[in-house]
Design a binder for this molecule. Structure first.
Ligand code: FUB
Length: 308
């Protein structure tokens, strides 16, 4: 009797572990997830944390791409983009996001600029979600010089999130300490109009813009160590109403960085933590996925993390 019960309990546990499978990538350290749903698959783009155990700073030279049709089994594909594929960049494959427009895939990515002090945002393009991606402009889309005066830091031009509204207008939000946004031209590689600033409580970095039903959501890394908080609006440009914390500090990592998607009738929150033993941590992070639930009023329920 008891033995059988324990065995059943063990099986249940195994099934759960397989189902959630966090962290979803365990043979490499992955950070700053961005996800794209395209033709019944999810494409996961992540920075590759390459810092050896004991090195407490970022070593990130390239991004990785994975695909899945069930969010359980992930296939890794060849390295789709490296920081130095932007000829004007010095390195640092920080946070990024990929979006499709008219059969082309545009990848907005943070890198360290080679000649303008500080971080910058480039855009690469491919004709399929796996790449290979190529620099679409030959120059940065956003550089530190363009936002000087807004903040005194050289790393405020990081963490792009891109979104195309129902009317076809594309927006790029980004920032560290200060959140910014611009409109993009239809070609997706040029700025259309001025840089705007957005003020959000305790904004650190990692904005992610998404829409569901009639609500726009701007989620972001909040304070440091980072929680994920969010605001809602009836438009892609605000005004934004702060709604609270969506996810707590994720185990053993100072940063947290989210992607939010709908896939096959469910919603998901994709993020990173530092949970891989024994070297995992702030500079050796791992991507995880949780189901996300919305309330009837459009607000999002707090994420229940299945690993720490
Ligand atoms: O991974 C490098 C930087 O750390 C990202 O750009 C930020 O969002 C934070 O995760």
């Amino acid at each position: 009797g008891m033995g059988l019960l324990m065995l059943l309990g063990f099986w249940n546990f195994q099934a759960l572990a397989q189902q959630t499978g966090n962290p979803i990538i365990q043979d490499k350290y992955t950070a700053d997830p961005a996800a794209l749903v395209h033709q019944d698959k999810v494409y996961l783009y992540a920075g590759h944390d390459e810092a050896p155990a004991g090195k407490e700073h970022y070593v990130m030279n390239e991004w990785l791409v994975y695909s899945s049709s069930d969010l359980k089994n992930w296939t890794e594909h060849p390295v789709p983009l490296k920081a130095k594929d932007f000829g004007w960049a010095k390195g640092d494959a920080w946070a990024s996001q990929v979006i499709e427009r008219e059969g082309k895939f545009y990848w907005y990515a943070t890198v360290e600029h080679g000649s303008i002090k500080g971080k910058a945002i480039g855009v690469a393009v491919a004709d399929n979600p796996l790449g290979p991606f190529k620099d679409a402009r030959g120059s940065a889309l956003i550089t530190n010089d363009m936002t000087t005066g807004q903040t005194s830091i050289s790393w405020d031009d990081i963490d792009p999130t891109v979104f195309i509204d129902d009317d076809g207008q594309a927006y790029l939000y980004w920032g560290n300490t200060q959140c910014y946004y611009i409109k993009l031209k239809k070609n997706m590689i040029e700025q259309d109009g001025p840089i705007h600033t957005v003020d959000l409580p305790n904004f650190t970095e990692a904005p992610w813009l998404h829409k569901r039903k009639d609500w726009y959501y701007l989620s972001y890394a909040y304070q440091f160590p980072e929680k994920i908080a969010y605001a809602m609006s009836r438009s892609a440009t605000g005004p934004w109403e702060y709604k609270g914390i969506l996810n707590e500090v994720a185990g053993n990592s100072n940063t947290n960085h989210q992607a939010i998607i709908d896939f096959k009738g469910k919603s998901y929150f994709i993020y990173h933590n530092g949970s891989i033993p024994t070297a995992g941590g702030s500079y050796r992070r791992s991507v995880c996925i949780e189901e996300l639930h919305y309330n009837a009023d459009g607000t999002m329920k707090r994420i229940q993390m299945t690993t720490e």
